[in-house]
Design a protein around this ligand. Sequence first.
Ligand SMILES: Cc1cc2nc3c(=O)[nH]c(=O)nc-3n(C[C@H](O)[C@H](O)[C@H](O)COP(=O)(O)OP(=O)(O)OC[C@H]3O[C@@H](n4cnc5c(N)ncnc54)[C@H](O)[C@@H]3O)c2cc1C
Length: 381
Amino acid sequence: MPNLVLIGGGHSHAIALKLFGLNPIPGINLTLINDVEQTPYSGMLPGHVAGFYSYEQTHIDLSSLSKFAHAKLLIDRAIGLNLEQNQVICHHHSSISFDYLSIDIGSTPTTISVPGAKEYAIPAKPVPQFLVAWSKLLDIAKNNPEQSLKIAIVGGGAGGVELALNMYHRLGIEIGAANNYQINLIHRGNKLLAGHNNWISQRLEKILLKRGIKIYLQETVEEVLPDKIRCQSGLTLESDYTFWVTQAHAPDWLKKSGLATNSQGFILVKDTLQSVSHPHIFAAGDIATMVNYDRPKAGVFAVRQGKPLLKNWHRIIAGEPLKPYIPQKKYLALIGTGDKSAIASWGSIGWQSPLLWYLKDYIDRKFMNRFSNLNTLISNN
Ligand SMILES: Cc1cc2nc3c(=O)[nH]c(=O)nc-3n(C[C@H](O)[C@H](O)[C@H](O)COP(=O)(O)OP(=O)(O)OC[C@H]3O[C@@H](n4cnc5c(N)ncnc54)[C@H](O)[C@@H]3O)c2cc1C
């Protein structure tokens, strides 16, 4: 029986596992290795920070999902690959052998080169550690409402901006007096959300400023200290909590494994989502870079890759030719503004309305509903 091993329960694998469970392929040993049992859904993460959604509403239970897909779940962290022996090297368990491998482990913000960032900054990913830090911050803020609180968010992409707006909302609810806290957003580029049209950047700038969130553009953080950050320009900002939401980065072990990667360490894949160097290895989501298509690292692409990925697992195991997947060029981005309103970005078009929040909420809940009744489906089988 061929062993199909999946590393990472990210968005693509979650979709593929759900579909696998609905249409199991007999005669395959399926194993999922993930470092946590609950995997976060990125679309609702800022809403969870704002307090609009609970932890359960924003996390997929990989234990039920694996059971549903007849897969073995191993809670562990992959730390390397032995490609000569086709094995995944795990942090705690002994190595896992595979015939086919699929990798969907997401990405983390780049911090390594900035002195002090590793010690004092809180990266937005891995999400579990981020949520622990956020929850501690909230507790301290609630218990000390008189004390001033300075937060720095480094990175002015969609993630950084959404976090700033949603943190602002939550702090307003938890400690009320808006004057006691200050959020500063620091961005290296000359506009926020560089991948979107100018209207989107300007609109978000306006919203942030209206809420008293200060924006520092064209500033590169060169040092993080326990109570402040220093930028190359000489700008120094006080910061009790520095959140790091910069460009996506891949773990070093992938580069060392012998898989073909780009200069940032992302796995290079063909249109079939197979590694360009090792065709029995697939990759999807943030960790994969399609050589023929330049697309942003966003959950929306990871979700879309789930179904074609599953179909190509089927095909490779059946000895059939694999089919290419072409990612959409334009995509609808719905950016929550932390007040149950949202901004839609579609190519050169931008629009803001509370109605868009309801659309975003509907889409996100619909996605999560796919994973909400797994235990009932398992017991009915
Ligand atoms: C604050 C923030 C807000 C965002 N909001 C949006 C949004 O609204 N819309 C959008 O499209 N994108 C958004 N993104 C981007 C989005 O988070 C990613 O593009 C998306 O999560 C990628 O999904 P994925 O399937 O690649 O992996 P992930 O969803 O990151 O999942 C990877 C899984 O693998 C596990 N894992 C990681 N390493 C290992 C290992 N070595 N061994 C075993 N398991 C491992 C992780 O714990 C996790 O469970 C946001 C990002 C941030 C930081």
